[in-house]
Design a binder for this molecule. Sequence first.
Ligand code: ZN
Length: 438
Amino acid sequence: MEKFDLIVIARAVITMNNNADIYEPGFLAIDNGNIISCGRYSEEIPFKSKELLNLPGHVIIPGLINTHTHAPMVLFRGLADDLPLKKWLENHIWPMEKKHVSPDFVFEGSLIACAEMALNGVTTFVDMYFAEQKVAEAARKVGLKAYVGEGILDFPTPISPTIDDSFKRAEETIKAFLKDPLIKPMVTPHSPYTCSKDTLKRAHLLAEKYSVPLHIHVAEEKWEFESFKKDYGKTPVKYLNDIGLLDSSPVIMAHVNWVSDEDLDILSSRNVGVAHNPQSNMKLATGICPVPMMLKKGINVGLGTDGASSNNDLSILDEAQEAARLHKIINKDPTVVSAFEALKMATILGAHAIGAAESIGSLEPEKKADFVAINFEKIHLKPVYDYYSHIIYAAKTSDIDFVYVNGLPIVSEGQLKNITEDRIFEIADKWYHRIQEN
Ligand SMILES: [Zn+2]
């Protein structure tokens, strides 16, 4: 008899594999951080394991993937709301960043963000900010997997006085995490409107040099779309394709709200993943990503929270729930973005979008044991006819009780395992006073 590190038995295991298998009751057998076996649980199956997690009232889903965020920005949560994107960035966010952002700000802000994401069932997140090695440090402390990229812009950032310094930091960050089991480095030019053609080409070459993903904001607002058409006679997506940026593999594009039919064909023929951020886009009224069309064309669309200063929380379950509703009303069609598709975007499609589907995004042998247990012993989740329906239309993030990364708990019985809530409150309080007083 094989002896495993951990056996999980649950009311149901929602695999999100190619067959969309649901095992009811289900089990996962985990060894060395990997899923060795999973399936329908029956008492006849002889199991031996060092540990047993028996959850007869819980439903297991793959760990949720946040394909776009700016973790440290939790420290600006609720500071400037109800404004248009440009005004919000230029009059509020950028001046505040100039004043406050430091490696300490990034580390401590990211601790809050990682704690919040862990409690909300996120096991992997994709981050673009400054001093990103500190984001990685915070992710490691809380136990999350992170994709990190040093923000590159044509003008000075709060951390880098020059573009050359930004690139130097970007390369240092890549080298620091190239072989890391939890942290994956990326190259992250901010957007086609804040980076010149030369900067974008340089970013692409850096991504190629180390074979790492490239992450960028694209066509978030209508003015960006219109100004590229005016200045270059083409859309932002076509412009990026023509300068060779989409030869990077993969390219993770955040937003992609403004696209032509030709753009969709370009996206579906290249190794591009889309990070759809419904709540941030709705709040800043920047536009709506044409998700039903993208899904029809086989484009890998994942979900992102964006930063907590434009959202204002970091819950991918919320984003999936919002996406399922938003596209129905926008398209006046209740059949688009089904509950199943919404959960797919939060899990396996997100994994494909960031080029990580060989190890995460579904629960099946040989993948990493990143999973979330949702407590179905709740009045608002009774009776149960359809698991996908409940997860997307009725469950709350507070129903999430257990979160595991590489077979280890980062949340257990609703409590963080690697950092205390008191420490998080202390950090938030400290920065609240500093930011308020300046
Ligand atoms: Zn963003």
